[in-house]
Design a protein around this ligand. Structure first.
Ligand code: SF4
Length: 458
């Protein structure tokens, strides 16, 4: 196997990335756009780009992902993509009738320098945008950032395009989640609903990319946040952004444009982060935590305590996206595990590394940026071997080479199902993640146990 040749000796390399721990911006932008009801993502670039973005999402969610493309050929690459986009807008509204087209740029259209504000203005002037419909865009150049940056850029563009402050404050709070699974979006809604709090959440990809198979094809599934609610979010009494990197720009915009006081929290992964989220909701809305949530919390804590001997002191290495990694670091630290490494290809603020070390107790090796690739992650693991790896499907090669169990988390996961349906956020998600970890540890213990120590009860 090729990865068996990864050397343990680490040398400096400034201009080479091998097996990046990230994917490209438009993938995240499309995912965010899918969380708006009757919104069609549109990739302004070549067909090849759009095919890749769609296939990445389709493979991860095991659902057909709808998106259109400006279909650049040689002509557009030289003269710009204006005529392609104008024709696309016309065709999309005629054939597919979305309420919103969410355009994301690509490397090619960014390098050409297409002016999307001008092109969309031209489409409106030429009456190519039907009354009541909208074309919006986010700049998503993939030669910088990652899928999380693209998600953040599209989320900010959604706020910019729709959120309105009418001056009449409502009782609702707004929730802006980072790039998380539809199952996690459902779990966050479950917590807020259980507390009896009125809310608006966007994007919301639950019931869009994890919908049921009922024999009916829907170009626009039932889920996704309606445009009217996004507009009303500008009148919310306050907002919580969950996960800093995926939401910061949108949170700032909602705060400055609409005067909605927005607080940024960690994703509620693990007991302490979920407690913090619930406590913020409780104080903001002036409500009590309901028995149903206390029960979920108690069950999670019960298993955490019952099986602590399998978790305490276990060494783990994490790779993936910053907001999820921060949550996982909190989860692992809560459980008494020792976080050796945290690696992400997504740019994250300098405070990210400090925050991780603050959570884990100081000596975690944190690497961020283009050189923080899976090749480097593999090298780190060879020099300081963990008991468990957390990461996406691409980590399976490292896990196989080093014979270390892999807990699949983050994006993309191409080789297992369940992540779209079973959360890792909240108390129920925490219990689900805990069970996955314990299964991996106990399976390994059973596999390696000598005959006389092969126990029936663990
Ligand atoms: S990295 Fe750039 S060229 Fe490649 S698929 Fe993404 S947008 Fe297209």
């Amino acid at each position: 196997m090729l990865l068996r040749h990864t050397p343990g000796e680490i040398s400096e390399r400034g201009a080479l990335t091998v097996n990046p721990a990230k994917t490209c911006q438009p993938v995240g932008a499309m995912y965010a756009a899918l969380g708006v009801h009757r919104c069609l993502p549109h990739s302004h670039g070549s067909q090849g780009c759009c095919a890749y973005h769609r296939s990445a999402l389709t493979r991860h969610y095991a659902e057909p992902i709808m998106a259109s493309t400006s279909s650049f050929t040689e002509g557009a690459s030289v003269f710009g993509g204006q005529s392609n986009l104008l024709e696309s807008i016309n065709n999309i509204f005629t054939l597919y009738n979305p309420d919103i087209i969410a355009v994301n740029t690509t490397c090619l259209s960014e390098v050409i320098g297409d002016d999307l504000t001008q092109i969309i203005g031209r489409a409106a002037a030429d009456n190519k945008i039907p009354k009541g419909k909208t074309v919006m865009f986010a700049s998503t150049p993939s030669f910088k950032g990652s899928h999380v940056t693209g998600y953040a850029n599209m989320l900010a563009a959604i706020v910019q395009s729709f959120a309105k402050n009418t001056g009449r404050k409502t009782d609702r709070i707004t929730l802006l989640p980072s790039f998380i699974e539809p199952s996690d979006m459902s779990e966050i809604k479950h917590i807020v609903s259980a507390m009896g709090i009125a809310y608006i959440m966007y994007p919301d990809t639950s019931d869009v990319v994890n919908g049921p198979l009922d024999g009916t094809f829907r170009m626009y599934p039932k889920g996704g946040t309606p445009r009217a609610l996004i507009e009303e979010s500008g009148d919310s009494r306050c907002a919580f952004a969950l996960g800093r990197v995926g939401t910061l720009s949108a949170a700032k915009l909602l705060d400055t444009r609409c005067k909605v006081k927005t607080e940024i929290l960690d994703l509620p992964i693990g007991i302490t982060a979920t407690d913090e989220f619930v406590d913020c909701l409780r104080k903001t809305a002036g409500v009590s935590v309901p028995e149903s949530l206390l029960l979920e919390r108690g069950q999670f804590v019960d298993v955490l305590c019952d099986k602590n001997q399998y978790l305490y002191g276990k060494k783990v290495s994490l790779s993936g996206d910053p907001d999820i990694l921060l949550g996982l670091a909190r989860f692992c630290s809560d459980a008494g595990m020792k976080v050796l490494h945290v690696v992400t290809g997504t740019p994250a603020p300098g405070k990210f590394a400090d925050r991780i070390r603050e959570i884990t107790g100081g000596d975690t090796l944190v690497k961020v940026g283009p050189q923080a690739d899976l090749f480097y992650f593999h090298q780190l693991l060879q020099n300081n071997r963990p008991d468990l790896i957390f990461g996406n499907t691409y980590c399976k090669y490292i896990a196989r080479d080093m014979d270390i169990p892999l807990i699949r988390t983050g994006f993309p996961i191409y080789d297992r199902v369940g992540h779209s349906y079973f959360p890792i956020t909240g108390y129920r998600g925490g219990l689900h993640l805990l069970v996955k970890i314990l299964d991996a540890i106990m399976d390994r213990q059973d596999r390696d146990a000598p005959e006389e120590k092969f126990e029936l009860v663990m």
